[in-house]
Design a protein around this ligand. Structure first.
Ligand code: IVH
Length: 666
């Protein structure tokens, strides 16, 4: 063979190894022995070591991961990652099919797929190269887990054939039953805690900070959803087939169905056949085949109208009910939780189960020590679904709901039409106070770094914090005096609290923890009313006129807003400078940054959102990953070492927050 230059030699070796990976991990038809494969890999490794200038981020050697730990960067999804509506009932499935056919006004083809029980991933391929992998996150923004994703052998680093240049692929990362068992066995031997189920193991592994550890986890991936302007076919079914040709791992178990009967047969088949699969599925997903029709059908607030998941009934087991605890949540709702004789169920040992509310207990006519059936659905905590009264022990007493709060002793109340009992002592019941603060600081709410539930507990016990507003009164001096808190962590907490004053109105509204006001409702309220004064002045009719707000939410909101304590709280938070108004769309301030692209990474005095906003209002562009085309890195504290290394390698100038502010000054 002719002597080749190193560039050519590297290209050839890499292509060859990509191909053998494909044969092994995607087609399951290896042509090389393990030994020969390892030899080639070693050859590539030594050639790469000799030529660092010819590095390729998608080289097959990158599958082993890196020891660098990473702070995941949060990146916005190009297309929101929605979830699916689901049902357990065949008649609802039939309703879905009928509804689609009616809206389409003609016969409709559906694709039925398995519903893999793992964790969702969005992969971006540019010109056939894998450029990024992002978790679902909150559906709008997810974690960039590219380094980890690259260690998963069934995710191709580069595509072959006639794939679109710009392609986003969605799929599920999961662990096979065997992989899960082996991992848990290893963990037990090392004295580490077992994972509860393959789904948790997969999700936990994907979020590990050290990608060389991820490389050792038995993760797999199936892909099932494609996005991009240039997909080859209008038919999802055809696109699935095309995607296999590009080297993507598509499960062989999908079917084109043209009637409810065919769909029903698919569902029935997999309800039993699932036990023979090497991995877990929790249902079947039924999707409209035509992309055009999908577009016409559109979306509800959270889910597409063109797809539904049919979930299989959960597995169940019998065991004895030992006792019941009553837990008080942040809204004061009291949840009964059953303590059970440990019983194995669907791969885990179940010791506790939710009993939801008094009606459920009464409906089941539960007695202490009853033999109960427990089911594990999608929820983490299983539930009790029935009682075997023939096994009831003589003289056992019926379970009754408590009448006073187990935490503060206040008599419980029940709001008409609602199932839950509440402790009305909002202002002084400890788990409510602490729970509200925990919710307020949580990532999706005010996202205040450095504070966890332990520190909040401490702050509460030391009487430093009793309401959300008290957080904004905390001083470094006071915090330093707490156990376990150093000067630096104390300063971080105070800086984090200060930075939260930039959090947009909608999230502040969500952070207040008003019952039934979740993220979506908070966003709708903020968009419709614009500011807190309008909300304080709104009457029920006005609230009901807002999209997604029904009677239950409106009533809860009005009750919350009426309370003197809550009005007081809002006033205090306002005085501290929190945002109680929707921001106007930013107007251009200058074109000083025109044509320049920035990667913002790390922790700053200002919030990252604010800095990104400044980049845009001065004509620049925010990009999420560093490439040779990036003009500047705006780097704060704690920027991940992997990024820093890349920036140095590509010689990209690194700006501090101060440098950047100077840059945009007139
Ligand atoms: S399609 C817009 N197909 O189920 C719809 N999802 O509850 C895109 N999942 O977030 C999703 N198997 O993580 C789709 N064959 C499949 C799936 C599937 C599992 C997961 C996915 C999604 C969740 C929805």
């Amino acid at each position: 063979m002719e002597a080749q230059n190193p560039r050519e030699q590297l290209r050839r070796l890499r292509d060859e190894l990509h191909h053998h990976n494909y044969l092994y991990y995607i087609l399951n038809q290896p042509e090389l022995s393990d030994f020969d494969f390892d030899q080639k890999m070693a050859e590539l490794q030594s050639l790469e070591a000799a030529h660092p200038e010819l590095d390729d981020p998608n080289s097959p050697t990158k599958r082993v991961g890196s020891d660098l730990s990473q702070d995941f960067e949060q990146v916005a999804h190009r297309y929101p990652m929605l979830s699916l509506g689901n049902t357990y009932s065949e008649s609802e499935l039939q309703d879905f099919v009928n509804r689609v056919i009616k809206l389409a006004g003609q016969e409709v083809a559906f694709v039925c797929e398995l519903k893999y029980d793992g964790t969702a991933i969005a992969l971006s391929y540019q010109n056939g190269q894998l450029v990024r992998g992002v978790t679902r996150g909150d559906g709008t923004v997810g974690d960039d887990v590219s380094h980890n994703v690259k260690t998963i052998r069934s995710i191709p680093l580069q595509l072959t054939g006639d794939c679109p240049n710009d392609l986003e692929v969605r799929g599920e990362i999961f662990m096979s039953r065997a992989g899960f068992e082996k991992l848990n066995q290893q963990r037990e031997e090392m004295g580490e805690a077992r994972f509860a189920n393959p789904r948790n193991a997969a999700a936990g592994s994907l979020k590990l900070q050290n990608s060389s550890l991820v490389a050792k986890r038995p993760l797999e991936c199936y892909l099932y959803h494609f996005l991009g302007d240039k997909l080859p076919f209008d038919s999802h079914f055809e696109n699935l087939r095309a995607a296999s040709e590009w080297g993507l791992r598509i499960s062989p178990h999908y079917k084109l169905c043209r009637s409810f009967e065919e769909i029903h047969a698919f569902v029935k088949h997999w309800d039993t056949a699932r036990n023979e699969l090497p991995f877990e599925i929790d249902g079947v997903v039924i999707k409209v085949d035509s992309l055009t029709l999908r577009e016409e059908l559109g979306f509800t607030a959270k889910t597409p109208r063109w797809a539904i998941s049919y979930k299989f009934k959960a597995e169940s087991a019998f065991t004895r009910l030992r006792s019941v605890d009553f837990q008080v949540g942040r809204t004061g709702a009291v949840t009964p939780v059953a303590n059970l004789e440990p019983v194995p169920l669907a791969g885990t040992t179940v010791k506790r189960a939710s009993l939801h509310n008094a009606d459920i207990i009464a409906g089941l006519d539960l007695h202490l020590n009853d033999m109960v059936s427990v089911e594990k659905g999608g929820e983490i905590i299983p539930k009790i679904t029935g009682v075997d009264t023939s096994e009831r022990l003589p003289g056992s007493t019926p379970l009754s709901f408590i009448s006073n709060c187990p935490e503060c002793g206040t008599p419980l109340m029940r709001i008409e039409g609602e199932a839950a009992h509440y402790c009305p002592n909002t202002a002084a019941c400890p788990p409510q106070i602490k729970g509200r603060i925990e919710h307020f600081i949580s990532r999706r709410a005010m996202n205040i770094d450095g504070l966890g539930s332990e520190t909040i507990n401490l702050l509460y016990e030391q009487k430093l914090v009793n309401t959300i507003a008290d957080l904004y009164r905390l001083q470094v001096q006071q915090l330093v005096q707490l156990e376990r808190l150093g000067e630096k962590s104390a300063a971080n907490i105070v800086a984090g609290i200060e930075a939260s004053k930039q959090v947009p109105f909608a999230r502040v509204l969500f952070a207040l923890g008003i019952r039934f006001v979740g993220e979506t409702v908070a966003r709708k309220l903020a968009a419709a009313l614009g500011n807190i004064d309008a909300l304080l002045a709104a009457d029920k009719d006005q609230l009901l006129a807002i999209d997604e707000i029904g009677d239950k939410i409106a009533t809860s909101l009005l009750a919350w807003l009426e309370s003197e304590d809550n009005r007081n709280l809002i006033q205090q938070l306002r005085d501290f400078g929190l945002k109680f108004e929707e921001e106007e769309r930013p107007v251009a301030q200058s074109n000083r940054l025109e044509g320049l692209s920035f990667v913002v990474s790390g922790v700053f005095a200002r919030s990252r959102d604010e800095l990104k906003g400044l980049i845009e209002t001065h004509g620049g562009k925010n990009v999420s990953s560093i490439t040779a085309k990036t003009n500047y890195i705006l780097a704060g504290d704690k920027m991940g070492p992997a990024k820093l290394e890349k920036a140095h390698k590509l010689n990209i100038p690194i700006l501090s927050e101060e440098d950047f502010l100077k840059m945009i000054q007139a």
